[in-house]
Design a protein around this ligand. Structure first.
Ligand SMILES: Cc1cc2nc3c(=O)[nH]c(=O)nc-3n(C[C@H](O)[C@H](O)[C@H](O)COP(=O)(O)O)c2cc1C
Length: 208
């Protein structure tokens, strides 16, 4: 059964990024009732701290050393998380912008799954090579400011380029981005941006 993985990265009950994802998914489900939907809330998912044995395992891989028992056990956690992502035929990442970039839970997930021999490899002649298959991936990013037209009042969107690059590094290039913002400030601007984004998400849901 094909699978869509939805990574929920906002801890807020009335999250704009999660609401946008629901608009997309409701439409997507209408056409894909036979699909398996995997919701992964990164605020409820036990993610390992990236220190100790799991960190040593990464350096063992980089150095071409075998794993100790503790490293193998720690690496297995990264393998399980990476597999959950690798097996998805479609991915939706709905996330807030936090301090110009992404919430630390999403960054932690990226640090855990971005491992040599698991999601990328290094070839002395060719450099870094991704190991995951490409698949349609949707980023829904909600921000207090409006980044649809670029920089906002001296604030920069580093979430979009960072996520694009982190995904490209492991093999995911087919990425579409929907920005929702401003989500703060005058009501009219908030509603206008939400309406525009939801319309686009409905369209995407119909053909993703
Ligand atoms: C810790 C924190 C940092 C934030 N940093 C930014 C920021 O750098 N730029 C911005 O435009 N909005 C920023 N915001 C506002 C959020 O992006 C905004 O509330 C957005 O709607 C959150 O997404 P959500 O509604 O899906 O939770 C920040 C909010 C929090 C809680």
């Amino acid at each position: 059964m094909p699978k869509l993985l939805h990574m929920i990265c906002s801890p807020r009950a009335d999250s704009e990024s999660s609401a946008g994802a629901r608009v997309f998914l409701d439409r997507f489900r209408q056409r894909r009732s036979d699909w398996d939907f995997d919701d992964m809330n990164l605020w409820r998912e036990p993610l390992p701290e990236f220190d100790g044995a799991i960190l040593d395992a990464k350096y063992a891989r980089i150095g071409g050393r075998g794993f100790s028992t503790a490293e193998r056990d720690a690496f297995a956690v990264a393998e399980r998380l990476a597999m959950r992502f690798a097996l998805a035929d479609r991915v939706v990442i709905s996330t807030p912008m936090w301090n110009f970039s992404i919430p630390y839970k999403l960054k932690q997930w990226i640090d855990v799954i971005t491992q040599p021999g698991l999601t990328f490899r290094f070839d002395p002649a060719q450099g870094y090579l991704p190991l995951l298959k490409d698949r349609p991936t949707l980023l829904i990013i909600a921000s207090g400011s409006d980044f649809a037209t670029g920089m906002n009042r001296g604030r920069v969107d580093m979430a979009t380029p960072y996520l694009r690059e982190a995904l490209r590094f492991i093999g995911v290039r087919d990425v579409q981005v929907v920005l929702i913002g401003p989500t703060a400030g005058p009501t009219a601007a908030i509603e206008a941006s939400r309406t525009l984004a939801h319309r686009r998400l409905e369209e995407l849901g119909a053909r993703f």
